[in-house]
Design a protein around this ligand. Structure first.
Ligand code: MSP
Length: 507
């Protein structure tokens, strides 16, 4: 069955930054893994374009709101192109298909008796587009934006949240892998158990920039409700049905956990729609201890400038390997470059280079599996066994979205392969049958590199493509598991698949 992998849709109020890139890289890697695994996987991303905050920012910039969001949305789409990420669907909340979807959902909720018109009073952060209770504030300010909240009391449509919290709680308790990592699952459970929230305010009357509530033009749909249903808009636009939510993996940052783990699920429960397959929660990248965000300009490194130093695969690899999924991590270009040089240049790149150079020099560029080679040496058998056992551990890590673990596992295998290569010294065989010794060694390494070029392709697709090209392997649709017998490797011109990065900066 096909898989869908979603990122949050990004606010079209500012330019994309490294935090957004991180969400997209995780989702892109998961999509690519599922593509290998099941043959049909879709990556969904997009932009969140309505709401008071965007309306205000657009007005300040002196162009129409629609022109403003068009520009911002375009910046996101362009960045994904430059970073060689190809979403299968890019959803925009100002698109007509999305509007129709939201109107349909609203009508269903009205019919099921889950929406009523009332008043909503509370403390509201315009930046977050969210209400807070007194105890969630820090000195009267929202803890994320550190800006004062406003007292808000307005007529509003209310969603009967409390009616659905128990079924959400039961589901999350019964499904241990549903929200990962575990600490975030516990956070949602705690919230659900302690929540005394009756209703969720799901419409606004003090601005116009939104989808009008069906039958009442005074109200626009609360931007979070509108945004959450963009996931369904995208699945449907890809030809899927709402049942496909059940095979959808949703990648989100920890700051939007409650919207997904509580409100989204409660809305789905009210609609009797399936829940997503998994919610994968990641932590933040910080710069000198401050969350990278558009409201903190000193934290902004242009992703494309950074990729100019690290390469695209290098950036993806280092962001994924440097930080366990759920935690926060402080970023410096210097440590990213060191990580990349050690993992991709010294370890993987070096192995490819040494192996292909030797085949080219000593074997006329052609390495055939010899017919008479029926038994491998103990060393080779041990490396094959290590590769086999790695494959199942890798699958588990991919399926749990533990991408830093994926990198550690593959990097460990590359390191074993380098040791094997070094110890067997196929350039200088010592045993009585030198040709077999060299051929066996190179054969084992080429097969292993081929496997790596498949199982590592979700993380470093461009390097993996180059490895297969270097080994003369015809490009065809990749499938998991990677251990496929290739009968001959043809090396035309050994080239480096990853050059060491020279970075002179100190940060
Ligand atoms: N529009 C909402 C999401 C709606 S989804 C139905 C939103 N947008 S956002 O642009 O503010 O953030 C999108 C994602 O980027 C969030 O998952 C957030 O965690 C992530 N990141 C923003 N800054 C980040 C870092 N500094 N580090 C890692 N990810 C962070 O929220």
């Amino acid at each position: 069955m096909e898989k869908y992998v979603t990122t949050p849709i990004f606010y079209a109020s500012g330019n994309p930054h490294l935090g957004h890139v991180y969400s997209v890289f995780i989702a892109d890697a998961l999509k690519r893994y599922w593509q290998l695994k099941v043959g049909r996987a879709f990556l969904i991303t997009g932009t969140d374009e309505y709401g008071q905050k965007i309306e205000r920012t657009a007005k300040d910039s002196g162009i129409s709101v629609k022109q403003f969001v068009n520009q911002k949305s375009h910046c996101f789409a362009e960045l994904w192109k430059k970073l060689k990420v190809s979403p299968d669907y890019f959803v925009r909340t100002t698109d007509d298909n999305h509007k129709h979807n939201v109107i349909d959902v609203w009508s269903l909720l009205t019919r099921s008796g889950d929406i009523s018109l009332g008043d909503y009073t509370g403390l509201y952060c315009v930046e977050c587009e969210q209400f807070y209770s007194e105890h969630q504030l820090v000195d009267g300010c929202c803890s994320i934006h550190e800006t004062p909240v406003i007292q808000y009391s307005k007529p509003s449509y209310l969603f009967n949240l409390s009616k659905h919290l128990q079924s959400v709680l039961s589901y999350i308790e019964a499904n241990e892998d549903f929200i990962q990592p575990e600490n975030y699952r516990r956070e949602v459970i705690r919230f659900l158990k302690e929540s005394d929230q009756e209703n969720l305010s799901i419409s606004r009357t003090d601005f116009q920039w939104g989808i009008s509530v069906p039958g009442n033009n005074e109200h626009v749909v609360y931007v979070w409700v509108d945004a959450l249903f963009s996931y369904l808009t995208a699945i449907q636009a890809l030809g899927g049905a709402k049942q496909n939510l059940a095979n959808t993996i949703q990648v989100i940052g920890k700051d939007i956990l409650l919207f997904h783990g509580v409100y989204w699920l409660a809305l789905l429960s009210a609609l009797k729609f399936p829940f997503p397959e998994k919610i994968i929660v990641h932590g933040w990248w910080t710069l000198r201890g401050k969350k990278i965000s558009k409201s903190n300009p000193s934290s902004l490194i242009q992703p494309i400038d950074l990729a100019g130093i690290t390469t695209i695969d290098g950036l993806k690899y280092s962001l994924l390997v440097k930080k366990p999924l759920g935690r926060d991590g402080d970023l410096t270009t210097k440590t990213l470059v060191e990580t990349i040089n050690s993992g991709l240049a010294n370890s993987l790149g070096n192995l490819v280079k040494r192996c292909t150079t030797l085949i080219s020099k000593n074997h006329q560029g052609l390495l055939k599996t010899p017919d008479k080679l029926t038994t491998y040496s103990e060393q080779s058998i041990a490396l094959i066994a290590e590769t086999d056992s790695l494959l199942s551990r890798l699958e588990k890590a991919y399926q749990e979205a533990q991408l830093h673990e994926v990198c550690f596992l593959v990097d460990a295998l590359i390191s074993s392969a380098n040791t094997y290569f070094h110890e067997r010294a196929p350039w200088n065989p010592k045993d009585s049958n030198p040709l077999d010794h060299a051929v066996e060694t190179l054969q084992i390494i080429c097969s292993l590199l081929h496997t790596i070029s498949i199982v590592y392709s979700p993380i470093i697709p461009n390097i993996c493509f180059d490895i297969r090209r270097q080994l003369g392997i015809e490009e065809r649709e990749l499938v998991w598991p990677g251990r496929v017998e290739i009968l001959e490797f043809v090396i035309n011109k050994p080239e480096s698949v990853f050059q060491r990065i020279v970075y002179e900066g100190t940060k």
